[in-house]
Design a protein around this ligand. Structure first.
Ligand code: JHZ
Ligand code: ZN
Length: 409
């Protein structure tokens, strides 16, 4: 059973205006097994709204987290070299700036397969990963990253503190937006942090989402779409303080938030808050034409694929990403256009995209089948993907990048 919010997830305000209605869609990471193809998939409403009181963009439907993140969760962070490099740099910088050593403790919430914490392990810094998804958590343990398999909340933090654990750094990347009970989550972080510790949290930036028409990053796992303004208000309500911020390119554009127990904002945060105010990111009109942008991408992409198909071209797709599921389901692009999807993640291969039911194979299939065009669903990693596919390109293969507006390369 899902729950439908009628008030803002952050401030409780009731003045919620629709930003984009994506209709009813299946869960973006609920990839299907062959034997499940005969059955209908559960579909849930997917509607993004803007809170006129605290400016948080959010979706209304809450799918229970056990249904989204546990047994069959197929997302493993370690299949992107760019993400691994980004994470290594983050870890090395934190080791230096926070002066971490063998006496320190780093806790990562949503540690997935240990893609980030392995850098601390390699440097002899004690760490603990926390993640409810069993497959990735087991992979992390195998890689030598101590991992607790479970959800992070107020209770778990109190238990860890009761065991004498206090963290110098709590890292939480791409998870705050996934949490329905953000109060319990943030209280947990406050409980776990040492008095002079820092929480370092990455969230996709709603400004990048809107400016670059990244409508496909809206799916049921992502409950909130933060600006610095809306994040600041939520954190303050839990006695946590946004002290520094950085715009980073990962995942189509994100914010890295540096948070402490004391209110000591630096120029980066006061600057970004002022910039958001100046540019109206905290007002509804900023989001007003977003639905039209999504509609334009849908129509443009469909038309272009139809022309290619009518011309006798064969088309495949790259990246069985969650965002790919939103894009295919919202645009209605299915097996009539796309013959198959490829993905490096071995846990996704052999399965089918939710809704559109397109089979997922290993990337080598591109060279074997040589489709004329490949639609990159994981457009956030387009460069990395294209540079891995030199041989396919040299043989005449072409890529279509759909976001921010489709282009052939
Ligand atoms: P990717 C993920 O979303 C998961 P998704 C999550 N929902 C989240 O919050 C956001 O990130 C931020 C594959 N790939 O990471 C790997 C290759 O095959 O863009 C992935 O399956 N070869 C928690 O799922 C997919 O593409 C490659 O060379 O939308 C990318 O998915 C590369 C680079 C990736 O995100
Ligand atoms: Zn609100």
């Amino acid at each position: 059973m899902t729950e439908k919010a009628s008030v803002c997830r952050s401030c409780g305000g009731a003045r919620l205006d629709t930003v984009l209605d994506l209709g009813r869609t299946p869960l973006a990471d609920a990839l299907l097994r062959e034997e499940e193809l005969g059955r209908p998939e559960p579909e849930y409403p997917l509607k993004a709204v803007f809170c006129r009181d605290c400016s948080l963009v959010q979706i209304l439907e809450t799918v229970p987290p056990e249904e989204l993140f546990c047994r069959r969760y197929p997302y493993y962070s370690s299949f992107s070299d760019e993400l691994l490099g980004h994470s290594r740099e983050n870890a090395i910088e934190l080791i230096r700036t926070m002066r971490l050593n063998a006496e320190s403790l780093v806790v990562e919430i949503a540690s997935n397969d240990g893609y980030l914490l392995r850098n601390f392990v390699q440097n002899g810094i004690p760490c603990l990963g926390i993640d409810p998804a069993e497959g990735p958590a087991e992979a992390a343990e195998r890689a030598g990253v101590p991992t607790h398999c479970g959800f992070f909340n107020r209770e778990l933090a109190a238990k860890l503190r009761g065991m004498g654990k206090r963290a110098d750094v709590v890292i939480a990347n791409n998870v705050l937006a996934h949490v329905a009970d953000s109060g319990s989550f943030l209280d947990g972080i406050r409980t776990l942090l040492k008095d002079d510790g820092a929480a370092v949290i990455e969230v996709p930036y709603v400004r990048d989402l809107v400016d670059k028409s990244e409508f496909d990053t809206i799916y049921h796992e992502h409950l909130c779409y933060f600006s610095a303004t809306s994040a600041d208000r939520l954190l303050r309500s839990r006695a946590l303080f946004l002290n520094s911020v950085r715009r980073i390119p990962i995942h189509g554009g994100s914010l890295r938030l540096y948070i402490g127990l004391r209110d000591e904002p630096d120029a980066s945060i006061t600057g970004l808050l002022a910039e958001e105010k100046r540019d109206g990111v905290d007002g509804f009109s900023y989001y007003n034409d977003f639905a039209v942008k999504a509609e334009n991408i849908k129509n443009g992409l469909r038309l272009m694929l139809k022309i290619l198909k009518d011309g006798g071209n064969r088309i495949a797709a790259y990246g069985a990403a969650a965002k790919g599921a939103t894009l295919l389901n919202y645009t209605g692009i299915g097996r009539d256009f796309i013959d198959f999807v490829v993905d490096r993640n071995v846990h996704k291969q052999g399965l089918y995209m939710p809704g559109r039911r397109i089979p997922i194979f290993r990337p080598e299939r591109l060279l074997e089948e040589r489709p004329d065009y490949v639609l990159i669903l994981a457009w956030n990693f387009a460069q990395e993907i294209i540079s891995q596919q030199e041989e396919y390109r040299a043989a005449g293969g072409k890529f279509i990048v759909p976001i921010p507006e489709w282009k052939v390369t």
